[in-house]
Design a binder for this molecule. Structure first.
Ligand SMILES: [Zn+2]
Length: 74
């Protein structure tokens, strides 16, 4: 996860700046059919056992998908 952030800092791509602009409304979700939680922190312990990709999405979209805030981040 740290390397992803570092890559973002090193290569200021359009994708990275868009991500940063929406940062406060961006949450992270395990891209698993069984995922029920969203996370504010990409390195959250709740995501550490995700065996799928971790995807970023707007908070609004996560809530509309019936995902609830991770129990570690309440
Ligand atoms: Zn979490």
């Amino acid at each position: 996860m740290k390397s992803l952030l570092l890559a973002c800092l090193l290569f200021t791509t359009t994708t990275c700046s868009v991500t940063e602009a929406a940062h406060k409304d961006t949450v992270y979700v395990c891209d698993s059919p069984n995922a029920t939680r969203y996370h504010y922190k990409q390195n959250c312990r709740g995501l550490s056992n995700c065996s799928h990709r971790i995807i970023a999405m707007p908070l609004e979209k996560a809530q509309k998908s019936n995902l609830t805030l991770c129990k570690w981040e309440r």
